[in-house]
Design a binder for this molecule. Structure first.
Ligand code: APR
Length: 313
């Protein structure tokens, strides 16, 4: 049997944090890959030396190659460049398309049955690249964005109301850009719709802060983008899959007609289990919510067409 095998590609801020949290939760053995010589090896050894303190028996291996990733159950792809102040996620497109293409080819060759979770930005477009390059079915290629965007929304609502974040359920759909769609109507505090607890104008401000949540951190850090919340959000997806939890989480998947969106990669509520995306959950959206989702999806579609035009994949 053995433990599940999880590979994390990119051992930078997001990748290393992901490996750390996976090991803390003892979700499996971990292989950490980066192009920088010695760096994934050094970080992995450091985490192996952390494990006795936290009581984890996860093995963590660092490498610059892909042989060690062979037979992975899940591969989390975080390799690529992050944003600097003044940049949009879309500004990363040609560099990260090249990186994600090369990484996906290597990963798919070593682990043809793996489930891929993309974290590299621009997220939705990178899921498209990995889906196309791997040739994997949509069930096994997804992106981490909605969990993070929802977590940001929950954090801000928690700060506003002074209640436990555990009481807050939030839903953010659409692409992982400033036109994401935080759904106030489906966001609840101990079961009560948040629209009944926060006045409309104030809620709109919180929604805007959620949309710009990534940018707010880029501005503060100046040299890179957020990584703790992104890493933990990817780990929640890994856990839902490996434990076959059938957990409903907003994830980027290829829409195949759901919500009136066709052949586009966009954040939708999905059921995550051992097979990956086991179902796209359909909820009734209002006309204005549907319109916002379609606008967000058409932005992703334009990005994917732009990638097609680059001739990289
Ligand atoms: N193969 C493997 N690793 C690579 C490759 C490649 N072809 N190209 C780059 N990398 C590695 C870099 O060497 C670096 O260690 O990816 C790592 C990225 O780490 P950081 O620069 O710290 O960036 P991080 O904050 O982790 O963000 C990574 O996730 O959230 C997104 O927008 C973010 O696209 C960015 C990605």
């Amino acid at each position: 049997m053995g433990r599940p095998k999880i590979s994390v590609i990119g051992a930078g801020n997001v990748g290393a944090s992901t490996a750390l949290m996976l090991s803390q939760m003892e979700l499996g053995d971990i292989v950490l890959v980066d192009i920088v010589e010695g760096m994934p090896q050094g970080k992995s050894l450091d985490m192996m030396e952390m494990n006795p303190v936290i009581g984890s028996d996860s093995n963590i291996t660092g490498t610059n190659g892909y042989e060690e990733t062979a037979g992975s159950d899940i591969v989390v792809i975080t390799s690529g460049i992050p944003r600097k102040p003044g940049m949009s996620r879309d500004d990363l497109i040609s560099t990260n398309t090249n990186v994600v293409k090369q990484v996906t080819e290597n990963v798919a060759a070593q682990s043809p049955n793996a489930i891929l979770i993309l974290v590299t930005n621009p997220l939705d477009a990178m899921v498209y690249v990995a889906h196309k390059v791997s040739g994997f079915p949509r069930e096994r290629v997804m992106g981490m964005a909605g969990v993070l965007d929802s977590a940001r929304f929950r954090a801000f609502i928690g700060m506003e109301l002074g209640v436990s974040v555990e009481n807050i359920n939030a839903f953010v759909l659409g692409g992982h850009g400033d036109d994401m769609v935080p759904l106030g109507r489906f966001t609840t505090v101990a079961g009560v719709p948040v629209t009944e607890l926060i006045p409309e104008a104030r809620l709109e401000e919180i929604i805007q802060r959620t949309r710009g949540g990534g940018g707010e951190i880029v501005k503060l850090l100046k040299t890179g983008s957020a990584f703790y919340a992104p890493a933990m959000s990817a780990v929640e997806m890994v856990e839902a899959i490996l434990k076959d939890k059938k957990k409903i989480l907003p994830c980027c998947v290829r829409a195949e007609g759901e919500y009136g969106v066709e052949n586009t990669f966009v954040g939708l509520p999905v059921k995550l289990g051992r097979a990956g995306v086991e179902e796209v959950f359909q909820i009734d959206l209002s006309d204005s919510e549907t319109k916002e989702l379609h606008e967000s999806a058409s932005h992703v579609k334009e990005l994917c067409e732009h990638i097609e035009g680059l001739g990289i994949i």
